[in-house]
Write a protein that binds this ligand. Structure first.
Ligand SMILES: CC(C)(COP(=O)(O)OP(=O)(O)OC[C@H]1O[C@@H](n2cnc3c(N)ncnc32)[C@H](O)[C@@H]1OP(=O)(O)O)[C@@H](O)C(=O)NCCC(=O)NCCS
Length: 245
């Protein structure tokens, strides 16, 4: 199949979301705005003017964070994803991403040097009344401040160690970074209305994963953290956005 790659423009946004949804994900306007605010490079693949896939990468302090890779179902398995990956990652030796469980994803990532390093758990549950001190108020006390500022512009409540994003269905812990993750997680839960649905994405080895289950939260899905040798998530990062790490 003959296809071409080009930089995505905002006019492509509705199609990107449509294609991501066919891959059981989404790329809605807020998400794409967040990516662009982080200087993301977004590429589309097209055949005779029709977009058949896209991918995105963010430079996370010299590490390529592959944010998205989606090919429309009819065009999968024909080299499009591989071509997008090579073009997006070519400038970076250090690379990472969160892989879906699609059978094509891991092989495609391994092909460009990103090996599976552990699971990222999608955790969900109802906020209960927990005994915890109040969250330390903002400003945000860690790195990625421009990402956190954009989340705040999109409606998040920013504390020193936690970013809470209200959603239609409840609250998403968009980021939790702390040297005392268990206490900070409990404080975040205590800051949510009792009964509200809370969801977060947590590296499997984090104490937050075990504590959330102790509080009755369930693991509803997972992705796989893939990275080149020596690339790892910060030790104090316990809840994160899998699109941006
Ligand atoms: C995963 C995905 C992006 C791969 O794109 P693609 O265009 O189908 O992949 P390509 O044809 O370029 O193949 C890339 C590599 O993966 C391998 N691969 C692709 N599909 C595969 C499958 N179903 N099973 C095993 N290997 C597969 C190819 O053999 C190729 O490796 P090679 O270069 O060693 O031959 C695409 O299948 C997709 O959009 N899936 C649904 C959405 C998704 O899960 N995206 C990943 C989000 S993390």
């Amino acid at each position: 199949m003959t296809f071409t790659l080009r930089e995505a423009t905002p006019a492509d946004d509705p199609v990107l979301d449509e294609i991501a949804r066919k891959g059981d994900a989404s790329a809605d306007a807020d998400y794409l705005e967040l990516l662009r605010s982080q200087g993301a490079r977004l590429l589309v693949a097209e055949v005779r003017g029709e977009v058949i896939g896209f991918g995105g990468v963010v430079d996370a302090s010299g590490v390529a964070m592959l944010s998205d890779l989606f090919i429309t179902p009819a065009a999968r398995g024909r080299g499009v994803g591989g071509a997008l990956l090579r073009e997006l990652l070519t400038a970076f030796e250090r690379r990472m991403t969160f892989s879906s469980k699609h059978p094509g994803a891991l092989p495609a990532y391994r092909r460009v040097g990103m090996e599976p390093r552990g699971r990222l758990l999608y955790i969900e549950g109802a906020a209960a009344a927990v005994d915890a001190p109040p969250l330390v108020s903002g400003p945000w006390g860690h790195d990625r401040s421009s990402m956190v500022a954009m989340l705040e512009r999109q409606g998040a409540r920013v504390h020193a160690d936690v970013v809470l994003m209200p959603e239609a269905a409840g609250i998403w812990i968009a980021r939790l970074q702390s040297i005392d993750p268990r206490a900070t997680f409990r404080a975040a839960i205590a800051a949510c209305p009792v009964g509200a649905t809370v969801r977060c994405c947590v590296p499997e080895g984090s104490p937050v994963a075990a504590d959330a289950q102790r509080l009755g939260f369930a693991i509803v899905d997972h992705d796989i953290f893939c990275a080149t040798d020596g690339v790892r998530l910060a030790d104090d990062l316990h809840c994160l956005d899998p699109g941006l790490a």
